[in-house]
Ligand binder design. Structure first.
Ligand code: 4NP
Length: 166
């Protein structure tokens, strides 16, 4: 039995990093793919991603991020956008990649907002995966592969914990 009833309310989730071209569009793509693969689509309203900065607004995901997703058969399609306080109205969960993103989000979150702000790594159940999704921008392709493995584990564990077995 599902712990969560989609006929009552559907969940909206936003993933957030600094630039919204490497980690969070990958998180969005991996999470959407995992939701579809596991048959959880009816439980979700919106799955999206943002940057805390506006440096790359309108840009497609970094080619290394897209390449890593494609290599694993995960479709990726996103245009970078910057999060603002109004966006908290639309999401139940705003999920940060690292502690710096999380601090920025907690400062931005409107005082009366019920939105949960977490690290994606808060859902980790296997310590072989690092909790923080490190910024891969100035590193090599390996960093993106590590990000992908973490994001897959966190997505699966989020669904188990927040939705339950179906
Ligand atoms: P992201 O990576 O936060 O995972 O999208 C970065 C992308 C761009 C920059 C830094 C991190 N930048 O300095 O432009």
């Amino acid at each position: 039995m599902a712990a969560f009833d989609p006929s009552e309310k559907k969940i909206s989730v936003a993933f957030v990093c600094l630039g919204n071209i490497c980690r969070s569009p990958m998180a969005e793509a991996v999470f959407k793919h995992t939701v579809k693969e596991k048959g959880y689509s009816e439980y979700f309203k919106t799955i999206d991603s943002f940057g805390t900065s506006g440096w790359h607004i309108g840009e497609s995901p970094d080619s290394r991020s897209a390449k890593t997703c494609r290599k694993h058969g995960v479709p990726v399609n996103h245009a970078a956008q910057q999060i603002s306080p109004r966006d908290f109205e639309k999401f139940d969960y705003v999920i940060a990649m690292d502690t710096s993103n999380k601090e920025d989000l907690l400062h931005m979150k409107p005082r009366n907002s019920p939105t949960k702000v977490n690290l994606f790594g808060d859902w980790r159940t296997n310590e072989k995966f690092q909790k923080i999704v490190d910024d891969p921008y100035y590193g090599g392709i390996n960093g993106f592969e590590t990000n992908f493995e973490q994001l897959t584990h966190f997505s699966e564990e989020f669904l188990k914990k927040e939705i339950g077995d179906i």
